[in-house]
Design a protein around this ligand. Structure first.
Ligand code: SF4
Length: 295
Protein backbone atom coordinates (compact mmCIF):
# COMPACT_ATOMS: atom_id res chain seq x y z
CA UNK A 1 0.00 0.00 0.00
CA UNK A 2 2.78 2.39 0.96
CA UNK A 3 5.13 1.74 -1.96
CA UNK A 4 2.48 1.21 -4.67
CA UNK A 5 -0.07 3.84 -3.71
CA UNK A 6 1.62 6.10 -1.14
CA UNK A 7 -1.06 5.28 1.43
CA UNK A 8 -0.04 5.13 5.08
CA UNK A 9 -0.87 1.67 6.35
CA UNK A 10 -0.68 -0.33 9.58
CA UNK A 11 -0.77 -4.07 10.17
CA UNK A 12 -2.97 -4.82 13.19
CA UNK A 13 -0.64 -6.62 15.58
CA UNK A 14 -3.18 -8.01 18.04
CA UNK A 15 -4.57 -11.50 17.60
CA UNK A 16 -7.76 -11.73 15.54
CA UNK A 17 -10.06 -14.60 16.50
CA UNK A 18 -12.76 -14.52 13.85
CA UNK A 19 -14.99 -12.51 11.58
CA UNK A 20 -16.54 -11.10 14.78
CA UNK A 21 -13.17 -9.68 15.78
CA UNK A 22 -12.94 -6.69 13.47
CA UNK A 23 -10.62 -3.75 14.02
CA UNK A 24 -12.36 -1.40 16.50
CA UNK A 25 -14.05 1.62 14.96
CA UNK A 26 -12.82 3.76 17.86
CA UNK A 27 -9.21 2.76 17.19
CA UNK A 28 -9.64 3.61 13.51
CA UNK A 29 -10.97 6.98 14.59
CA UNK A 30 -7.97 7.61 16.85
CA UNK A 31 -5.50 6.63 14.12
CA UNK A 32 -7.34 8.48 11.36
CA UNK A 33 -7.79 5.23 9.44
CA UNK A 34 -10.29 5.38 6.53
CA UNK A 35 -10.41 1.72 5.50
CA UNK A 36 -9.71 -1.60 7.18
CA UNK A 37 -9.12 -4.78 5.15
CA UNK A 38 -10.07 -7.87 7.14
CA UNK A 39 -8.31 -10.67 5.27
CA UNK A 40 -9.16 -14.38 5.40
CA UNK A 41 -12.44 -14.44 7.26
CA UNK A 42 -15.60 -14.19 5.19
CA UNK A 43 -19.20 -13.40 6.03
CA UNK A 44 -22.28 -13.06 3.85
CA UNK A 45 -21.88 -9.25 3.90
CA UNK A 46 -18.95 -7.72 1.98
CA UNK A 47 -18.61 -4.84 4.39
CA UNK A 48 -19.11 -4.27 8.11
CA UNK A 49 -19.53 -0.95 9.88
CA UNK A 50 -18.37 2.13 8.05
CA UNK A 51 -14.79 1.02 7.31
CA UNK A 52 -14.23 -2.73 7.34
CA UNK A 53 -14.05 -4.60 4.03
CA UNK A 54 -13.79 -8.39 4.13
CA UNK A 55 -11.27 -9.82 1.69
CA UNK A 56 -11.99 -13.46 0.82
CA UNK A 57 -9.04 -15.79 0.59
CA UNK A 58 -9.41 -19.03 -1.34
CA UNK A 59 -7.18 -22.02 -0.76
CA UNK A 60 -6.64 -24.04 -3.90
CA UNK A 61 -5.46 -27.22 -2.15
CA UNK A 62 -7.17 -30.18 -3.88
CA UNK A 63 -9.49 -32.59 -2.01
CA UNK A 64 -9.57 -35.45 -4.56
CA UNK A 65 -7.14 -37.72 -2.72
CA UNK A 66 -8.65 -37.31 0.74
CA UNK A 67 -12.20 -37.70 -0.63
CA UNK A 68 -11.12 -40.95 -2.23
CA UNK A 69 -9.62 -42.13 1.09
CA UNK A 70 -12.79 -41.22 3.00
CA UNK A 71 -14.85 -43.79 1.05
CA UNK A 72 -13.74 -46.62 3.33
CA UNK A 73 -14.59 -44.74 6.57
CA UNK A 74 -17.98 -43.67 5.19
CA UNK A 75 -18.90 -47.13 3.89
CA UNK A 76 -22.00 -47.48 6.14
CA UNK A 77 -23.25 -43.98 5.32
CA UNK A 78 -25.47 -43.05 2.41
CA UNK A 79 -26.52 -39.42 2.94
CA UNK A 80 -23.85 -36.85 3.75
CA UNK A 81 -23.96 -33.13 4.48
CA UNK A 82 -20.99 -31.14 3.17
CA UNK A 83 -19.72 -28.27 5.25
CA UNK A 84 -16.60 -26.11 5.36
CA UNK A 85 -14.98 -22.80 6.23
CA UNK A 86 -14.55 -19.77 3.99
CA UNK A 87 -11.21 -20.82 2.42
CA UNK A 88 -12.70 -23.97 0.87
CA UNK A 89 -16.23 -22.83 -0.01
CA UNK A 90 -15.34 -22.75 -3.71
CA UNK A 91 -14.50 -26.49 -3.50
CA UNK A 92 -17.96 -27.58 -2.31
CA UNK A 93 -19.47 -28.13 -5.76
CA UNK A 94 -16.53 -30.20 -7.03
CA UNK A 95 -16.36 -32.32 -3.86
CA UNK A 96 -20.12 -32.84 -3.96
CA UNK A 97 -19.78 -34.19 -7.51
CA UNK A 98 -17.01 -36.58 -6.43
CA UNK A 99 -19.17 -38.00 -3.64
CA UNK A 100 -22.15 -38.36 -5.95
CA UNK A 101 -19.97 -40.33 -8.36
CA UNK A 102 -19.10 -42.58 -5.39
CA UNK A 103 -22.80 -43.20 -4.82
CA UNK A 104 -23.51 -40.84 -1.90
CA UNK A 105 -26.50 -38.55 -1.63
CA UNK A 106 -25.09 -35.09 -0.85
CA UNK A 107 -26.73 -32.07 0.80
CA UNK A 108 -25.31 -28.58 1.29
CA UNK A 109 -27.24 -26.46 3.78
CA UNK A 110 -28.40 -22.94 2.93
CA UNK A 111 -26.60 -19.95 4.37
CA UNK A 112 -28.23 -17.92 7.11
CA UNK A 113 -27.20 -15.16 9.50
CA UNK A 114 -23.61 -14.27 8.57
CA UNK A 115 -23.03 -17.60 6.84
CA UNK A 116 -22.93 -18.50 3.16
CA UNK A 117 -24.25 -21.84 1.83
CA UNK A 118 -22.29 -24.71 3.37
CA UNK A 119 -20.25 -22.45 5.67
CA UNK A 120 -19.77 -22.66 9.44
CA UNK A 121 -18.09 -20.51 12.07
CA UNK A 122 -16.91 -21.81 15.42
CA UNK A 123 -20.15 -20.66 17.03
CA UNK A 124 -22.68 -20.54 14.18
CA UNK A 125 -23.83 -23.66 12.34
CA UNK A 126 -27.10 -22.95 10.46
CA UNK A 127 -26.16 -24.70 7.16
CA UNK A 128 -25.28 -27.88 9.10
CA UNK A 129 -27.87 -27.69 11.87
CA UNK A 130 -30.80 -27.07 9.54
CA UNK A 131 -30.16 -30.21 7.46
CA UNK A 132 -29.12 -32.52 10.32
CA UNK A 133 -32.28 -34.64 10.07
CA UNK A 134 -31.79 -35.15 6.33
CA UNK A 135 -28.27 -36.62 6.55
CA UNK A 136 -26.55 -39.62 8.19
CA UNK A 137 -23.26 -37.76 8.77
CA UNK A 138 -21.38 -34.56 8.00
CA UNK A 139 -18.18 -34.30 6.03
CA UNK A 140 -16.19 -31.22 6.93
CA UNK A 141 -13.64 -29.95 4.39
CA UNK A 142 -10.50 -28.44 5.91
CA UNK A 143 -7.77 -28.80 8.50
CA UNK A 144 -9.74 -27.47 11.44
CA UNK A 145 -10.82 -29.78 14.27
CA UNK A 146 -12.08 -26.56 15.93
CA UNK A 147 -14.82 -26.15 13.32
CA UNK A 148 -15.43 -29.86 12.65
CA UNK A 149 -16.02 -30.66 16.32
CA UNK A 150 -18.36 -27.67 16.55
CA UNK A 151 -20.48 -29.23 13.78
CA UNK A 152 -20.48 -32.58 15.63
CA UNK A 153 -21.57 -30.99 18.93
CA UNK A 154 -24.17 -28.69 17.40
CA UNK A 155 -25.82 -31.29 15.14
CA UNK A 156 -25.28 -34.45 17.21
CA UNK A 157 -24.33 -36.23 13.97
CA UNK A 158 -21.18 -38.23 13.20
CA UNK A 159 -18.76 -35.74 11.65
CA UNK A 160 -15.65 -36.54 9.63
CA UNK A 161 -12.93 -33.98 8.98
CA UNK A 162 -11.12 -34.23 5.64
CA UNK A 163 -7.66 -32.71 6.04
CA UNK A 164 -6.39 -32.10 2.50
CA UNK A 165 -2.83 -31.22 3.57
CA UNK A 166 -2.11 -34.49 5.41
CA UNK A 167 -4.65 -36.42 3.33
CA UNK A 168 -6.19 -37.77 6.52
CA UNK A 169 -9.82 -38.40 7.49
CA UNK A 170 -10.66 -37.92 11.18
CA UNK A 171 -13.80 -38.97 13.02
CA UNK A 172 -14.70 -36.19 15.48
CA UNK A 173 -16.74 -38.41 17.82
CA UNK A 174 -14.08 -38.99 20.51
CA UNK A 175 -13.10 -35.31 20.70
CA UNK A 176 -16.76 -34.32 20.83
CA UNK A 177 -17.44 -36.69 23.75
CA UNK A 178 -14.35 -35.54 25.63
CA UNK A 179 -15.32 -31.87 25.29
CA UNK A 180 -18.92 -32.51 26.35
CA UNK A 181 -17.77 -34.38 29.49
CA UNK A 182 -15.78 -31.30 30.51
CA UNK A 183 -18.77 -29.05 29.86
CA UNK A 184 -21.05 -31.19 32.05
CA UNK A 185 -18.39 -31.03 34.77
CA UNK A 186 -18.17 -27.21 34.46
CA UNK A 187 -21.97 -27.00 34.78
CA UNK A 188 -21.98 -29.27 37.85
CA UNK A 189 -19.32 -27.09 39.52
CA UNK A 190 -21.10 -23.85 38.58
CA UNK A 191 -24.33 -25.16 40.09
CA UNK A 192 -22.72 -24.86 43.52
CA UNK A 193 -21.62 -21.27 42.88
CA UNK A 194 -23.24 -18.31 44.65
CA UNK A 195 -21.18 -15.39 43.38
CA UNK A 196 -21.03 -15.02 39.60
CA UNK A 197 -18.84 -12.78 37.47
CA UNK A 198 -20.62 -11.94 34.21
CA UNK A 199 -18.20 -10.86 31.52
CA UNK A 200 -19.08 -8.66 28.56
CA UNK A 201 -16.36 -9.15 25.93
CA UNK A 202 -15.03 -5.91 24.47
CA UNK A 203 -13.94 -7.18 21.05
CA UNK A 204 -15.83 -5.24 18.37
CA UNK A 205 -18.32 -7.89 17.19
CA UNK A 206 -18.55 -9.74 20.51
CA UNK A 207 -20.11 -7.04 22.68
CA UNK A 208 -23.39 -8.48 23.93
CA UNK A 209 -24.62 -6.42 26.85
CA UNK A 210 -28.25 -7.48 26.37
CA UNK A 211 -27.46 -11.18 26.84
CA UNK A 212 -25.46 -10.54 30.00
CA UNK A 213 -28.18 -8.31 31.46
CA UNK A 214 -30.82 -11.00 30.78
CA UNK A 215 -28.66 -13.61 32.49
CA UNK A 216 -27.92 -11.26 35.38
CA UNK A 217 -31.64 -10.87 36.03
CA UNK A 218 -32.12 -14.66 35.75
CA UNK A 219 -29.38 -15.51 38.25
CA UNK A 220 -30.32 -12.76 40.69
CA UNK A 221 -33.90 -14.04 40.65
CA UNK A 222 -32.48 -17.35 41.86
CA UNK A 223 -30.67 -15.72 44.78
CA UNK A 224 -27.20 -15.56 43.22
CA UNK A 225 -25.08 -12.41 43.41
CA UNK A 226 -23.69 -11.02 40.17
CA UNK A 227 -20.73 -8.77 39.41
CA UNK A 228 -20.66 -7.39 35.85
CA UNK A 229 -17.17 -7.35 34.34
CA UNK A 230 -15.72 -6.11 31.04
CA UNK A 231 -12.74 -7.80 29.43
CA UNK A 232 -11.03 -7.83 26.05
CA UNK A 233 -9.04 -11.06 26.48
CA UNK A 234 -10.65 -13.60 28.80
CA UNK A 235 -7.78 -15.63 30.24
CA UNK A 236 -7.18 -17.43 33.51
CA UNK A 237 -4.55 -14.81 34.42
CA UNK A 238 -7.01 -11.96 33.92
CA UNK A 239 -9.64 -13.72 36.04
CA UNK A 240 -7.27 -14.13 39.03
CA UNK A 241 -7.95 -10.60 40.25
CA UNK A 242 -11.63 -11.46 40.87
CA UNK A 243 -11.04 -13.40 44.06
CA UNK A 244 -14.57 -13.25 45.44
CA UNK A 245 -16.17 -14.94 42.42
CA UNK A 246 -17.12 -18.66 42.34
CA UNK A 247 -17.92 -18.98 38.62
CA UNK A 248 -17.94 -16.83 35.49
CA UNK A 249 -20.31 -16.44 32.56
CA UNK A 250 -19.08 -14.76 29.40
CA UNK A 251 -20.95 -13.53 26.33
CA UNK A 252 -17.86 -12.84 24.18
CA UNK A 253 -17.00 -16.03 22.28
CA UNK A 254 -18.63 -19.32 23.32
CA UNK A 255 -15.53 -21.26 22.29
CA UNK A 256 -13.52 -19.65 25.10
CA UNK A 257 -15.71 -21.79 27.38
CA UNK A 258 -16.58 -24.80 25.21
CA UNK A 259 -12.99 -25.58 24.21
CA UNK A 260 -12.08 -25.82 27.88
CA UNK A 261 -9.08 -23.54 28.06
CA UNK A 262 -7.39 -23.94 31.41
CA UNK A 263 -9.46 -21.99 33.87
CA UNK A 264 -9.31 -22.50 37.68
CA UNK A 265 -13.04 -21.85 38.02
CA UNK A 266 -15.96 -22.63 35.70
CA UNK A 267 -16.34 -20.16 32.82
CA UNK A 268 -19.66 -20.74 31.05
CA UNK A 269 -20.83 -19.62 27.63
CA UNK A 270 -24.33 -18.17 27.09
CA UNK A 271 -26.14 -21.46 26.22
CA UNK A 272 -24.41 -23.14 29.15
CA UNK A 273 -25.54 -20.38 31.51
CA UNK A 274 -29.11 -20.84 30.22
CA UNK A 275 -28.80 -24.59 30.92
CA UNK A 276 -27.49 -23.81 34.40
CA UNK A 277 -30.55 -21.70 35.18
CA UNK A 278 -32.69 -24.69 34.27
CA UNK A 279 -30.52 -27.00 36.42
CA UNK A 280 -30.90 -24.70 39.42
CA UNK A 281 -34.66 -25.27 39.02
CA UNK A 282 -34.01 -29.01 39.28
CA UNK A 283 -34.18 -29.81 35.55
CA UNK A 284 -31.81 -31.82 33.41
CA UNK A 285 -29.53 -29.50 31.37
CA UNK A 286 -30.65 -31.26 28.17
CA UNK A 287 -28.72 -30.96 24.91
CA UNK A 288 -27.63 -27.42 25.71
CA UNK A 289 -25.22 -27.08 22.75
CA UNK A 290 -27.55 -28.69 20.20
CA UNK A 291 -28.21 -25.28 18.72
CA UNK A 292 -27.63 -23.52 15.44
CA UNK A 293 -25.94 -20.57 17.17
CA UNK A 294 -24.15 -20.61 20.53
CA UNK A 295 -24.83 -16.99 21.47
S1 SF4 B 1 -17.57 -15.60 18.52
FE1 SF4 B 1 -15.81 -17.01 18.56
S2 SF4 B 1 -16.41 -18.78 17.38
FE2 SF4 B 1 -17.86 -17.14 16.88
S3 SF4 B 1 -16.98 -16.17 15.05
FE3 SF4 B 1 -16.21 -15.04 16.81
S4 SF4 B 1 -14.22 -16.01 17.31
FE4 SF4 B 1 -15.36 -17.43 15.95
Amino acid sequence: MESEYGVTSYVAGDPCYGSCDTFPENDSELLGVDLVFHIGHAISLPRLGSRTIFVDVEDDVPFDEVVDKSGEMLRDIRKIGLITISQHLHMLAAVSKLYEQMGFQVSIGEGKGHLKDGQVFGCEFYPAFNIRDAVDAFVFLGQSPFHAVGVAISTGKPTFMLDPYRSVVEDMTALCQEMMKKRYLALALAKEAHRFGMIVGLREGQVSVRRIRELKRGFEAKGRSVQMITMRDITNDHLQQFRGIDAFIQSACPRISVDGYTFDRPVLSVPEAQALLSMIDGNDPGEFLSKSHWL
